[in-house]
Design a protein around this ligand. Structure first.
Ligand SMILES: O=C[C@H](O)COP(=O)(O)O
Length: 249
């Protein structure tokens, strides 16, 4: 179901005490909102995040997951492990995973399948590099990312998928896609999904924008018709900024 979402991806930030402090600040300042609010702390703090947030309307989600169910994969985390601590949603395909850990579309197919098989919802990230945009290749690049990783799905699988368009040139750079650029790409993404899976799926899928969203630009971006919220990095690390972004939706 299409819904408004504000998700904070904390990346490799916040140790245990910092995690508890930020969550308590969020609890203290959380406004009443129609949006779903999510936070993605690092793996080692997921369990404590659930403990701190018990009874509060903030979903704890994971930043990544291994594609195999279990086995000899030192340092990795399985879908079942995430489920066992209460996680119901996992971020997959983030550009930092693609760039620094070599995650390919092919690998992401396996991760998507494993997540869905374990009843995990997915926030699926994708987006073009600067050179794709400057060369005018951004639409075909985004279309290929969707096609390669998600076009094998069944219509029913889309109940468990949220899309997060994150132009790589806007992540952590302070450079944001303009609201018009975001809307143009989100409309293209929605049409791409509708053309492949039908208009019901296209209409219902939530599409988040990510890339240097901050209190000063969130409202303008979120106001666009095909933007259903944001996946927030840096600004999610400060309670006041994250709360301001939630208020902007
Ligand atoms: O997952 C979040 C995105 O990578 C955006 O990060 P950012 O808000 O720091 O640009």
């Amino acid at each position: 179901m299409r819904r408004k979402i504000v998700a904070g991806n904390w990346k490799m930030n916040n140790d245990l005490s910092e995690t508890e402090a930020l969550l308590n600040d969020l609890i203290a300042q959380m406004p009443s909102t129609h949006a779903s609010v999510m936070v993605a702390p690092t793996f080692v703090n997921l369990f404590q995040a659930f403990t701190v947030l018990k009874g509060h309307d903030i979903e704890v989600i994971a930043q990544n997951m291994h594609q195999e169910e279990n086995g000899a994969y030192t340092g990795e985390i399985s879908a079942k492990m995430l489920k066992s601590v209460g996680v119901n949603t996992v971020i997959l395909g983030h550009s930092e995973r693609r760039a620094y850990f070599g995650e390919t579309d092919e690998l992401l197919v396996a991760k998507v399948n494993t997540a869905l098989a374990n009843d995990l919802e997915i926030v699926f990230c994708f987006g073009e590099e600067l050179e794709d945009r400057t060369s005018g290749n951004h639409f075909s690049l985004v279309e290929s990312q969707l096609r390669n990783a998600l076009f094998h799905l069944d219509v029913a699988d889309w109940k468990g998928i949220v899309l997060a368009y994150e132009p790589v040139w806007a992540i952590g750079t302070g450079e944001t896609a303009s609201p018009e650029q975001a809307q143009e790409m989100h409309a293209f993404i929605r049409k791409t999904i509708a053309d492949k899976f039908g208009s019901e799926v296209g209409d219902e899928v939530s599409i988040l924008y990510g890339g240097s969203v901050k209190p000063a630009n969130a409202a303008e971006i979120f106001a666009k018709e095909d933007v259903d919220g944001g996946l927030i990095g840096g600004a999610a690390l400060k309670a006041a900024d994250f709360i301001a972004i939630i208020n902007a939706i």
